[in-house]
Design a protein around this ligand. Structure first.
Ligand SMILES: *Cc1c(COP(=O)(O)O)cnc(C)c1O
Length: 504
């Protein structure tokens, strides 16, 4: 067992095996991802899984995992919001695994319960919330946090979960005339930009509102929600007798890092009596940087917020955070389980986090974040954010300067420098991009070629809309130790793969 006074001694030789195998696997991989097609990786995994046994199984399987990983610590692995975790955060997470605290009751996690509460107060203050008023919880990530925000929004308006209307204080009534009571029969609607994360639709479905309750709001070419379009959609809801339950503003869209106009969203939410949820799963990291934090101006007005420290925060997954501005709006999640948080325990001063989470058993994911914050400080983490931002700006400029690469939004008003740490671009064939369908096919296949050769892991997405010519490659730069020269080398590999595909 890993706990107790003897636990560390039991772990030590095993951890040494793991560390050795991690290094061996990375050396055998020799790049961002193991070369080969999926069938080759599957065969190698099946072979080791079948033959590994006994005390050497840990080392063999770890070497296999390391060899067969897409490693975000390699500068050429830059497809997704998939960060290289900080070694100190991973070491902290080892302590959590060894002790296995569970956050659903005080008697399973005395210190970890207190630490999660303190960390959330610090993060609430970082957002600009009043920590004495706010509440929150660690989550599995933006998907769960978005579900929670929309659940509380639904319950505030519909009183669904507990069967009672939740007390509304200081919240303006809807513009529909007659307020929430009169609107109880109206169809609930969620307004989110066309570039919002797909988990918003999924949450709406899970909450019984239906995917089609999410009304897409138009975005500009950088995928930023248009405030005028949001106002028009809200007005249309009211005219149709629908109830705008929530506005979801994205602070850092997954593809371009675009930040919706948060202050205007907050004003419109107040005007129409809607809940404002800000999905800052990606952009929340900007709060760590003095230079970038002003981009999130207005986030402090949100009713709830999603943050993911396993993105722009260098934590091993999962490190999601959900926060609400006013703790009383959390009411509909409250639960009493006599074996976890009996009232007499709470009265005697034993706090419980049970009623803050959708989950019961819950890892102490706050611990690694707390250790990281204390080790590097906000300033230290802010420097990492700034380094990734600068890398993205340099990378985007290198794309713009390359004759065979086209930066998305190049030459448009408002500039084409990345907002955060990601940008979209594409390879342009010899004769130009006029044949959109061929350009799409080339870009899609050059990315698979890079994966197959084990040379680079580059993102692939599509611009919103219909028809050919929308496929784009994406770099999401989350490795603060990567250099501009390494990003330029990665772009060179993209061009070489494009040329090879054209000749194929
Ligand atoms: C990543 C992301 C999510 C989903 O978060 P998970 O942690 O993967 O569950 C939601 N919204 C945005 C904007 C994201 O970038």
């Amino acid at each position: 067992m890993s706990g107790g006074v003897g636990g560390a001694a039991a772990l030590e030789p095993l951890v040494r095996d793991v560390l050795g195998a991690l290094a061996e696997g990375a050396a055998r991989r020799g790049g961002p991802v193991a070369a080969g097609a999926p069938a080759g990786i599957e065969a190698a995994v099946a072979e080791v899984f079948r033959t590994a046994s006994g005390p050497t199984a840990l080392g063999r399987l770890t070497e296999l995992l390391s060899h067969g990983s897409a490693d975000p610590a390699d500068p050429a692995c830059a497809a997704h919001l998939h960060c290289p975790p900080l070694a100190v955060a991973v070491a902290a997470d080892l302590a959590v695994s060894a002790l296995n605290p569970s956050q659903d009751s005080w008697d399973q996690a005395p210190a970890a319960t207190a630490l999660e509460t303190l960390l959330l107060q610090e993060l609430a203050a970082l957002l600009g919330y009043d920590p004495a008023e706010a509440a929150g919880v660690l989550t599995s990530g933006g998907t769960e946090s978005n579900l929670m925000g929309l659940m509380l929004a639904r319950d505030r308006v519909l009183g669904a979960a507990t069967g009672r209307q939740i007390e509304l204080t200081g919240v303006p009534r809807t513009g529909a005339g007659g307020g929430l009571g009169a609107a109880a029969g109206a169809r609930p609607r969620i307004l989110a930009s066309a570039a919002a994360h797909f988990s918003v639709q999924r949450a709406a479905a899970l909450l019984g509102l239906g995917e089609d309750s999410v009304i897409p709001v138009a975005v500009d070419s950088q995928l930023r929600m248009k405030a005028g379009a949001l106002a028009a959609k809200l007005e249309q809801c009211v005219e149709r007798g629908q109830l705008p339950v929530a506005i979801v503003a994205t602070a850092g869209t997954t593809d371009t890092g675009a930040i919706d106009p948060l202050r205007e969203c907050a004003e419109l939410a107040a005007e129409y009596g809607a809940w404002l949820h800000v999905d800052a799963a990606y952009g929340g990291g900007a709060l760590l940087s003095d230079r970038l934090a002003p981009l999130l101006d207005g986030i402090e007005l949100a009713d709830s917020v999603s943050l993911d420290w396993h993105k722009l925060g260098w934590q091993p997954a999962a490190a999601g955070v959900f926060l609400v501005r006013r703790s009383e709006t959390y009411a509909s999640l409250a639960r009493r389980a006599v074996y976890l948080n009996p009232a007499d325990d709470e009265e005697a001063g034993y706090p419980s986090l049970l009623g803050l989470s959708l989950r019961t058993t819950r890892r102490a994911d706050a611990f690694k974040i707390a250790v990281t914050l204390r080790t590097l400080g906000r300033e230290g983490l802010g420097r990492l954010v700034d380094a990734c931002h600068e890398l993205a700006v340099a990378g985007a400029r290198a794309v713009a300067a390359h004759p065979r690469l086209e930066l998305h939004g190049e030459g448009e008003p408002g500039g084409s420098d990345p907002v955060l740490t990601a940008f979209l671009f594409r390879y342009v064939p010899e004769e130009g991009a006029a044949d959109g369908a061929r350009t799409d096919r080339l870009n899609a296949s050059l990315r698979r070629r890079l994966l197959r050769e084990g040379g680079a892991v580059v993102g692939r997405t599509e611009l919103p809309g219909e028809g050919p010519g929308r496929v784009r490659l994406k770099l999401t730069l989350l490795n603060p130790h990567a250099t501009v020269a390494e990003v330029e080398r990665l772009l060179g590999a993209v061009v070489a793969a494009g040329v090879a595909e054209e000749g194929a």
